[in-house]
Ligand binder design. Structure first.
Ligand code: FMN
Length: 215
């Protein structure tokens, strides 16, 4: 048989995954919309449900419920129980999904505030950044900007995202999904995140991290 070309999509026989990266992952979903009447809640819940359907563990980190103080670097803020709970949860994660609506061509301020409390918790872990908007763009400017911010934490945002465009048409008022094609899109997105989560978990366990040069 001819050797596979670089970039080929041909599937190869692979070694079984080592124990430390096989098995279910912990993939929390951070919901960055706290607005009265928000449309992002049902999409975030669906993302979490699909993570579970794929055999992983998840938690919906609803920033409306987990109220974080404004980041100001004071000791009492840094040791706030909700801040510590958020940091510990992200530390336990293998990957995370962040859903932000688009507000003024950006992701929301509650998401930025949450990010500023993180240090090494999501370092070298993959991130799936998703967007939502009333327009057809589906919050793509928010999700792309979110990826750039998360890179600064040494997180690894993946290419795939789910964009919930024309948000009012996706769920009815009771939270019933009206557009079943989103299941296929979300499942593919989770499969990509799963691949990066296992590859980077293996890497964090086995590959030395380069030292930063001084000066
Ligand atoms: C403050 C604010 C700014 C917005 N800016 C944008 C925008 O820049 N682009 C866009 O497509 N939609 C924008 N929208 C519309 C939102 O996409 C829409 O309201 C969406 O439902 C927001 O998500 P949420 O319901 O979870 O808050 C904005 C909405 C708000 C409240």
């Amino acid at each position: 048989m001819a050797a596979a070309q670089v970039g080929s999509t041909e599937h190869h026989e692979r070694e079984p995954l080592p124990d430390d990266v096989a098995g279910p992952l912990f993939i929390p979903v951070v919901l960055g919309s706290i607005r009265e009447g928000r449309r992002s809640y049902h999409p975030a819940k669906l993302l979490a449900e699909r993570v579970e359907a794929k055999g992983h563990r998840t938690q919906l980190v609803d920033l409306r419920e987990l109220v974080l103080p404004m980041y100001d670097e004071r000791d009492e803020t840094n040791s706030h129980p909700n801040v510590v709970a958020f940091q510990q949860l992200m530390q336990r994660s293998d990957a995370s999904i962040w859903l932000s609506p688009e507000y003024n061509h950006a992701y929301t301020s509650v998401i930025k505030n949450a990010i500023d409390f993180l240090h090494g918790e999501i370092r070298r872990k993959p991130i799936g950044a998703c967007g939502l908007a009333s327009g057809v763009g589906g919050g793509i400017r928010a999700s792309e900007a979110l990826k750039v911010a998360l890179i600064e934490l040494h997180a690894v945002p993946i290419r795939e995202s789910v964009h919930f465009g024309e948000a009012r048409t996706i769920f009815d008022a009771d939270g019933t999904l009206l557009k079943p094609e989103f299941i296929r899109r979300i499942d593919h997105f989770i499969a990509e995140l799963d691949w990066y989560a296992r590859a980077l978990k293996w890497g964090r366990h086995h590959v030395p991290i380069p030292e930063r040069p001084r000066g």
